[in-house]
Design a protein around this ligand. Structure first.
Ligand code: OMP
Length: 269
């Protein structure tokens, strides 16, 4: 594959889906039958069942590392088993570790090696507030994708991200311009744009006409698919990875919820 982002695009075209299921296997919320398995099997078997049930509708899976770190060693083992299972059984599905990583330059090498080489994820979410110079170890991995937080979905996102700069630009908009151009020399970047406000998606698409956006905030956080799709897709009808975690994995019928969300996304595409 020439470009890692093409892995996502190919899967999205092949199964006609922009859906990402967030594997946020919060141990406290796991049904008793999984907890009984103990050790790393509890979260892993839960994930395996979610993956097998929803894979036919899914172009990306995105575990959030927090739910695994919270379980210590057995959680990290469950995460490794999950990504190994995905690579073996569903190798064409795009895998994202939601870890929102970044540190000073050389420390990032540890994160890069862990996430891309030890675990083997295709992509990672990255916090940009240390600046480009610090996150170069992520950007330089041409074979992997870094998904940079631009405008997040949380209610307090604007406190810093909406600050107005001296040149009158909004901070996150200025950042997105950089992600789309200066930072993206290897064509391996995407940006996180929260789906809780349609204005964010509209503005982001004006700034970066073809860039792929990871859009969380659908379902449990209240974001609406119609708003996002109508203004958010790029010229190829792609450019969006629409994530839902709790709304699918802890529903009564994850397969049906995934199908419904895939269909709703396609209705407005
Ligand atoms: P649900 O609200 O359950 O669908 O989960 C959303 C997931 O996306 C969580 O793992 C969040 O950490 C993540 N997320 C956001 O909710 N908002 C953001 O702005 C960015 C992310 C992310 O980077 O994925």
């Amino acid at each position: 594959m020439d470009n890692i982002i093409e892995k996502y695009n190919q899967r999205a075209r092949k199964i006609n889906s922009l859906l990402c299921v967030g594997l946020d296997a919060d141990y406290e919320k796991l049904p008793e039958k999984y907890k009984k398995l103990g050790g790393s099997e509890a979260q892993f078997q839960f994930n395996k069942d979610i993956i097998d049930a929803t894979a036919e509708y899914v172009s990306a899976f995105k575990p959030n590392v927090a739910f695994y770190e919270a379980r210590g060693l057995e959680g990290m083992e469950a995460l490794k088993k999950t990504v190994d299972y995905l690579k073996e059984k569903y190798p064409d599905i795009f895998t994202i570790l939601d870890a929102k990583r970044a540190d000073i330059g050389n420390t990032n090498n540890g994160y890069v090696t862990s996430i891309f080489d030890y675990f083997g994820f295709d992509a990672v979410t990255v916090n940009p507030y240390l600046g480009k110079e610090a996150i170069i170890p992520f950007l330089e991995r041409k074979d992997r994708c870094s998904i940079i937080l631009a405008k997040t979905s949380n209610t307090g996102a604007g406190e810093l991200q909406d600050l107005v700069l001296e040149n009158k630009e909004i901070l996150w908009e200025n950042l997105l311009k950089k992600i789309n151009t200066q930072w993206n020399k290897n064509n391996n970047l995407m940006a996180v744009i929260g789906g809780t406000s349609k204005d964010n998606v509209i503005t982001a698409r004006m700034i970066a006409p073809e860039l792929t956006f990871l859009v969380p905030g659908i379902g449990a956080q209240g974001g609406e698919v119609k708003n996002i799709l109508e203004k958010g897709k790029n010229s190829k009808g792609l450019g969006l990875i629409i994530n839902s975690s709790r709304g699918i994995i802890f529903s009564q019928n994850p397969k049906e919820e995934a199908r419904k969300l895939r269909d709703e996304i396609n209705k407005y595409r």
